[in-house]
Design a protein around this ligand. Structure first.
Ligand code: GDP
Ligand code: MG
Length: 162
């Protein structure tokens, strides 16, 4: 079984940067995978010879209207489709109301979720990650999507379950 991993979070937290790093922009041929549709952006990735599919999403702001609500809808559909969710937050912004709204949804959804505090470059990691424990989603994993810091170890852990 090839796990499907959805990247969700507010706009601008680094989802697409993470997606490109994980997949090296290799598009997944959705026709090869049962259950995937053409509506979302999929990519194929491999770490330590273990393959996975990543889904990039547009982001959820918490007060959606118009195009934003379509983006949020796509994000929620990606969660439904996925085996695992990487919930990205921006460690520079600290905890926001939208993060809390997304966390509430993920809790109800009951999918295996990893809370990823991105953009930890140039910050004290413990201080940067501390506020996100309040979301009650367990461990917080620090990453720098632009440089790949923390990404491989996170993905090894995620993929271990499959
Ligand atoms: P998305 O809207 O969640 O897909 O976010 P993007 O991947 O488009 O990234 C938004 C901005 O944050 C871009 O300018 C990225 O270069 C920047 N960014 C992403 N990850 C990191 C990171 O780990 N550290 C820093 N400093 N910037 C990052
Ligand atoms: Mg994006």
């Amino acid at each position: 079984m090839i796990p499907v991993i959805a990247l969700v979070g507010r706009p601008n937290v680094g989802k697409s940067t993470m997606f490109n790093r994980l997949t090296r922009s290799r598009d997944a041929l959705v026709a090869n995978y049962a259950g995937l549709t053409r509506d979302r952006k999929y990519g194929e990735g491999e770490i330590n010879k273990r393959q996975f599919i990543a889904i990039d999403t547009g982001g959820i702001t918490g007060d959606e209207e118009g195009i934003d609500s379509a983006m949020a809808e796509q994000s929620l559909l990606a969660v439904e489709e996925a085996d695992v969710v990487l919930f990205l937050v921006d460690s520079r912004d600290g905890l926001t109301a939208a993060d809390e709204m997304i966390a509430d949804h993920l809790r109800v959804n009951n999918k295996k979720t990893y809370l990823v505090a991105n953009k930890i470059d140039g910050q004290n990691h413990d201080v940067a990650m501390a506020p996100f424990y309040e979301l009650g989603l367990g461990e917080v994993y620090g990453t720098t999507a632009t440089q790949g810091r923390g990404v491989k170890s996170l993905m090894e852990m995620v993929l271990e379950e499959f």
